[in-house]
Design a protein around this ligand. Sequence first.
Ligand SMILES: Nc1ncnc2c1ncn2[C@@H]1O[C@H](COP(=O)(O)OP(=O)(O)OP(=O)(O)O)[C@@H](O)[C@H]1O
Length: 715
Amino acid sequence: MNSILDRVSKDYGRRNSSSVYNSGDIFEPSSSSNAKQRAKLVEWLNSVLPHLSLPINASDEDLRAFLVDGSVLCQLLNKLKPGSVPECGGTLHSSEQRAENIKRFLYAMDEMGLPRFQPSDLEQGSMKIVLQCLLTLHAEFMLNDGGHNSSKSGADASRRWKLLGENFGCGDVSYIEEFSITRSSPSPGERQKTGLDSKFKRALRSPVMPEPSAALIHHVGHKFHEVFQLKHGSHTEIPAAKISKMMISNTLDISPTQSLLSVVNGMLDESVERKNGEIPQQNNLFKTCEEKYQSRIRVLEALATGTSEETQIVMNQLQQIKELRFSSQSISQEVVKTQKSYVEEFNQLGEKVRALGNAAANYSAILAENRKLHNEVQELKGNIRVHCRIRPFLRGQKEKQSVVEYIGENGELIVVNPSKQGKEGRRSFKFNKVYSPAATQAEVYSDIQPLIQSVLDGYNVCIFAYGQTGSGKTYTMTGPDRATEENWGVNYRALNDLFRISQMRGSTFTYEITVQMMEIYNEQTSDVLDLMDIGLRNRAKGSTAMNERSSRSHSVVTIHVHGVDIKSGSSMRSSLHLVDLAGSERVDRSEVTGDRLKEAQHINKSLSALGDLTQLLQTSLGGQAKTLMFVQLNPEVGSYSETTGTLKFAERASGVELGAARSSKEGRDVRDLMEQVVSLKDAISQKDDEFEKLQLSKDKKNVCTGVDNETHSTD
Ligand SMILES: Nc1ncnc2c1ncn2[C@@H]1O[C@H](COP(=O)(O)OP(=O)(O)OP(=O)(O)O)[C@@H](O)[C@H]1O
């Protein structure tokens, strides 16, 4: 029997579940059926609340209009079950009051365990749900009313049960009709005695049906057990015919019980049919429903699975977003860091650019400072610098024994007297530089190049060559005949440098360079100006035994420089004297006679004057000049005397204190001061003269007036 009850319970349970979630599915009434139900509901409402006088053919919207303020619902409940809900505000139509009424009604429905609708259903949703709820209420109170009020007419009760039956979808409800008429309320004890399975109770309920009343349970219960006990466990032992027989027998003394047994019998028949392999139609319905629900479950499961997959996807996406956000943050930090380092680098670069700008701006000043330092070094050297150069033996000379024994790197020189032995025959000298016979013109010039450059900075420079005839003076200063650039002498190289450097300084200085050449012959200075015009073309030459190209004149090349500082506008003037002196040989060895002897004597006189700073070179050897002397030596043994004489003279010249050289600009300052002193002296002298004149005129006046000097002595 339990299996049958379970079966019935299960099937009705499904119906119940279905109706909860889809009221329009199994119990979906047709439109005509719907109208019929609505009409019956109206009829019921009018019967309970006569003052309503609802039209029998009221539409859903008409009902909504009646019910929407909730007051009718509350009245209905209080009428059916007095005190179910607190006093309702029937006349108030505020939205708050309406909501409160509906809330109270629905609360009461919940309390009774009856299905309910949502407030929104009543306000603007589907009235179908509302109507079903009221029909359920109708059914509930029809049953209760039957129990509590047995005086109701059988016709009314029949209608209510019919309505309930239709709501249940049970079709024929005749057995319920008979049953409801005869039932009575059992005591609580009787209810327990019935022992009616709760599942069975549920099985008799529709989705909108409340728990069966105690009366129904009682009346059905005790006979039901008998029936099921008959069938339980022995379907085959007690055939259906026997049950049918029982149904018509007098043992089941009340017809409602018989009706119920008819239902149970039908169920048992279905069971028997199922046993025989036949599929009852209702089973088909349940199966269809089951399949339908299984399908829905599958859909829900799929949805759930899908949802979980989607959730996983979303989670993955969230994770990716997190990672992207993290990457974005780290990139942002990296960008900020990079920007910071760029800013720092830009700042550093800016500093460097500014430093470079300052350096560029100070470039001229730095160059000037450089020049100043360079010249200060030159000035510190002070004395006449002496560079000694030894000529090589000439081509065709047979005797090649040299008087030069040793040449040191730092200007040391030892010469040997071929006629003396040992220490006595040796003499040591020390100069600024000593060049061996192998020294080239370029090497010799490179050491004096700084002096040449200082001319462009305003210094006067004098470079002269001294030595016996044929020792190489002209070679050093000018170069050999038909000289190439490689063996140019100092003069060409100096001029070349001055032009080159002045061009390099073109952006800061403008230079005007002029060259002057003169020759002094026999110290007849009055001829100098004439000879200047003649120049090298008319340079006097003669032939001596010492040197086939011996010169008996002093040749002077003077380069005048006038420079203007473009920025400051200051100017300076300087000069470079390049002197090729006449030979220093002794008259007795030159074998010159007559005019030649006379010339030699003058030359010697001139050379002697060099030691005392002759008038010729005075300006060049003064405090404002830098002076360098090339001491030229003939290495031949036969020239030993002249060589030692020349070396001694050079040694003497090197000891001459010229004082520090000064730029012509500084010289101007001194001159300016001197001029101021002179003008001051002149002014003082002028005042003295004026004072003297005044004194004289005063004396004259005293003499004329006969005033005694003593009388006015106190004046
Ligand atoms: N360093 C040298 N290398 C090669 N030849 C030289 C060198 N010095 C001088 N000579 C040669 O020696 C000869 C004499 O030189 P140079 O005329 O220059 O002497 P000097 O001292 O000028 O003589 P003078 O006083 O008579 O003019 C020339 O033929 C010259 O070419």
